[in-house]
Write a protein that binds this ligand. Structure first.
Ligand SMILES: NC(=O)c1ccc[n+]([C@@H]2O[C@H](COP(=O)([O-])OP(=O)(O)OC[C@H]3O[C@@H](n4cnc5c(N)ncnc54)[C@H](OP(=O)(O)O)[C@@H]3O)[C@@H](O)[C@H]2O)c1
Length: 328
């Protein structure tokens, strides 16, 4: 008998690819997906997957989901959202999923996608980051802070239980089916009519500052492969860094997605980030500036050596796939 895998957040950028990978895995018989929107698994050609609408803040819905599963994959999260809303969904929601999984007894393992952001943006972090680097988060960026808090909470919840916990820490995920990096480019902040008018002016491209910080990207299919691997592998549980090989520059990202790269001293971003940190009321989106402050390049040798995962796409190939996917 194959496994039943419960997936929270199967409708998201990573979720679609992760369920596709689980569908293709002969060790998986059944996938149970849960998220809030209406969604039809058959529209993706999935045959093993059943979908139910539910919120991870609803403990009954979470219990019902995980109690039928051998493996739980927890992807539901608010990535781009407010600090306050993130606190509810990301902290309480993840607690609900882990507590229900421990209580349900049937699941023997859980796979959770944390993030490189859990390490925080510290000048004294090693380059590249290994999984031994303390997960400190950075309080000035809600997402980084919450990713670190969630990892600490999860460690407390599973302490003393037999549940095997696989924590993946991906860098920025991109590709034709994961377009968030392209979607957050500044020209997309303007209404469509303004964008269309600007697009009609030959050579007009919005400047994107590049302070020289290297960027890792990973393709959604490679993250999906890592998730499916964690659902079935004999490799030891624990944390694994997940990134495509090599790096790209912010200039590469800007050029590929239709902007005009402008080299700036790294101090510019540090100063801007410090100003934003000190402002009394900052929109949560502005806090993403902190990711450009310092290198968060990760070492992926633990994932390749112990998990047996190899990315098919380099960071450059992932960027090319993203650009092609969004028509650039
Ligand atoms: N994308 C990246 O670059 C990246 C990098 C590193 C780590 N990660 C992590 O990978 C995970 C998945 O990310 P993603 O990129 O796939 O995010 P996403 O595209 O924003 O998808 C989030 C998923 O969570 C679901 N969700 C949100 N709130 C929910 C709630 N209250 N109850 C139930 N489901 C809820 C959403 O579905 P509904 O809206 O239908 O509820 C959706 O399926 C997250 O933990 C993220 O932090 C992402």
């Amino acid at each position: 008998m194959g496994l039943t895998v419960a997936v929270t957040g199967p409708t998201g950028e990573i979720g679609i690819s992760a369920v596709t990978a689980l569908e293709a895995d002969p060790g998986v018989d059944r996938v149970l997906g849960m998220a809030r929107r209406e969604f039809d698994p058959a529209a993706h050609g999935w045959t093993k997957t059943e979908y139910r609408q539910g919120d991870i803040l609803d403990t009954d819905a979470v219990q019902a989901l995980v109690s039928e599963a051998d493996v739980v994959v927890h992807l539901a999260f608010l990535v781009l959202g407010s600090r306050k809303e993130g606190q509810r969904v990301n902290l309480q929601g993840t607690r609900n999923v882990f507590e229900a999984t421990v209580a349900a007894q049937r699941p023997t393992r859980i796979v959770y996608t944390s993030s490189v952001a859990a390490y925080g943006y510290y000048a004294d972090n090693p380059v590249p980051l290994t999984e031994d680097t303390p997960v400190r988060g950075s309080s000035e960026h809600y997402y980084s802070e919450q990713k670190a808090e969630v990892e600490a909470a999860v460690a407390d919840i599973v302490d003393g239980t037999d549940l095997a916990v696989y924590i993946l820490r991906p860098c920025i995920v991109a590709g034709p089916k994961a377009t968030a990096l392209a979607d957050v480019m500044p020209w997309n902040w303007f209404p469509g009519v303004v964008r269309k008018a600007a697009g009609a002016v030959p050579g007009l491209k919005m400047p994107i500052p590049d302070p020289g910080t290297p960027v890792q990207l990973v393709h959604h299919d490679d993250v999906a492969a890592a998730i499916a691997l964690c659902a079935t592998t004999d490799a030891p549980p624990g944390a694994y860094n997940i990134a495509g090989t090599g790096t790209v520059s912010i200039s590469d990202v800007a050029s590929a997605l239709g902007g005009r790269p402008v080299k700036v001293p790294s101090a510019t971003v540090t100063v801007a980030a410090e100003v934003i940190k000190r402002l009394p009321r900052v929109p949560s989106d502005a806090e993403w500036i902190h990711i450009g402050k310092t290198s968060v390049v990760m070492d992926i040798s633990k994932a390749t050596d112990q998990l047996g995962w190899t990315p098919k796409y380099s960071s450059t190939e992932t960027l090319e796939a993203l650009a092609a996917g969004v028509g650039k």
